[in-house]
Design a protein around this ligand. Structure first.
Ligand SMILES: NC(=O)c1ccc[n+]([C@@H]2O[C@H](COP(=O)([O-])OP(=O)(O)OC[C@H]3O[C@@H](n4cnc5c(N)ncnc54)[C@H](O)[C@@H]3O)[C@@H](O)[C@H]2O)c1
Ligand SMILES: [Zn+2]
Length: 376
């Protein structure tokens, strides 16, 4: 058992609090940080990739074998059809109000499983066991759960907080390098909106030292790297938790976390149509470039900031240019569907400086068009 961090998140709106536990070997020590005894039943939702790799560790941590439902992996399965399968299984195994659902997987499993739990019998407890960097620093924290609908990201969902989140950094060993790096984009985002020094620390990291080549799984991180990543995941969680604690339902401040996402979500959706799928974090990286450029054209951010961001993403190994032709009409209609918009008018989260985000900004469409040139 290596390093372990524990951070408590308290939400005034739903008046709940829960622990974020971060470390190496967290799955195998599940019952040391989450008391399973009070639940009538404990079951696991996972996906077809993660189950074969990490279910055994969870069962060791629980001290027994558990009922399991394995949904199909991939964003295209973030649907009502998957939910129906999960709800049928929950009913079949007799889950009741006092049951606990453990969501073992990336942001997909966490979002779908959290939503399944929040509706089943009007809500049963769930814990997040995120197995991707992106899900650890972002998706598993803050209680946004949901599915895609009619081609729109997370159109159906809820704010429902988990009872605990356990982040095991050992799960990165089997994670494809590309998926790991996608998570770094969200960490850079945390630095950009709130903490410049954090952004700079990550930007200075030697990503080549991670070892794995493109297309490979990451493998063991080693003690030193484990320490660094536990620290950084905790820093990202601290930034996200502070924002969620101040504004759980996203009426204001929480919109900061959407930096890069107005454009990013649209690019993510279009990349599927274009048959060149971008991972969520990759799309967010590109979205951050465009939105930083918007901030720069609109006079908030100096041009050097955009260059620094582009250079950093490139050093990390994240895309800085689109790999497909953009259909402008489709792009605009996807961006106009963004949940931050009010009465059809777009609202942007931008940067005032490297380390300070601003939300609810209006900009001319022409500025957005010009900024898009930066990634074409
Ligand atoms: N709720 C939120 O606040 C929030 C925030 C950000 C993103 N999200 C959502 O999260 C999703 C993206 O999450 P993601 O990037 O984790 O994607 P993901 O869950 O689809 O996982 C990516 C791929 O890696 C596989 N995988 C996961 N963990 C693994 C491991 N340890 N070893 C090997 N393979 C593994 C998965 O099976 C999948 O094929 C999107 O649906 C996005 O909308 C939600
Ligand atoms: Zn995101």
């Amino acid at each position: 058992m290596g390093q372990r961090r524990k951070r408590r998140l308290q939400t005034p709106a739903s008046a709940v609090s829960y622990d974020l536990v971060i470390g190496a070997g967290i799955l195998e020590s599940l019952s040391s940080w989450l008391d399973l005894r009070g639940f009538s039943q404990v079951a696991v939702l996972t996906d077809t990739n993660v189950g074969p790799l990490w279910l055994e560790a969870v069962e060791r941590g629980a001290g027994r074998s558990l009922p399991v439902w394995s949904m199909r992996a991939g964003e295209e399965h973030k649907t009502l059809v998957s939910l129906e399968g999960i709800w049928s299984w929950m009913a079949d195994i007799g889950m009741d109000r006092k049951s606990l659902l453990l969501n073992l997987g990336g942001g997909l499993v966490g979002d779908v499983g959290g939503f399944a739990a929040s509706c089943y019998m009007r809500g049963v407890a769930f814990a997040q066991l995120p197995t991707t960097l992106l899900a650890q620093v972002d998706a598993s924290v803050g209680g946004k759960v949901g599915i895609n609908f009619r081609g729109l990201k997370n159109l159906l969902g809820a704010f429902q907080q988990p009872c605990a989140v356990g982040m095991d950094i050992r799960t990165f060993a089997t994670l494809p390098r590309r998926a790991f790096l996608a998570g770094v984009a969200e960490m850079l985002k945390h630095g950009l909106i709130r903490d410049r020094a954090y952004f700079e620390e990550i930007a200075a990291y030697e990503f080549g030292a991670l070892g794995a080549k493109e297309g490979e799984a990451l493998g063991e991180l080693g003690d030193v790297a484990e320490q660094t990543w536990v620290d950084w995941i905790d820093r990202s969680c601290a930034i996200k938790a502070a924002i969620v604690e101040a504004d759980e339902r996203e009426s204001g401040l929480r919109k900061l976390l959407n930096f890069g996402h107005t454009v990013g979500h649209a690019l993510e959706t279009l990349s599927y149509t274009a048959d060149a799928p971008l991972l969520h974090g990759e799309a967010v990286g590109l979205g951050m470039i465009v939105e930083a450029e918007i901030a720069s054209i609109a006079g908030f951010l100096d041009e050097g900031g955009v260059d620094t961001l582009v250079g950093t993403l490139a050093r990390v190994g994240l895309p800085t240019r689109l790999g497909f032709l953009l259909d402008d009409g489709a792009l605009w209609s996807a961006m106009r569907a963004d949940k931050k918009n009010v009465r059809g008018a777009m609202r942007w989260t931008l940067l005032r400086s490297m380390g300070e985000g601003v939300f609810d900004q209006r900009v001319e469409d022409a500025v957005v068009e010009a900024a898009l040139q930066r990634i074409r």
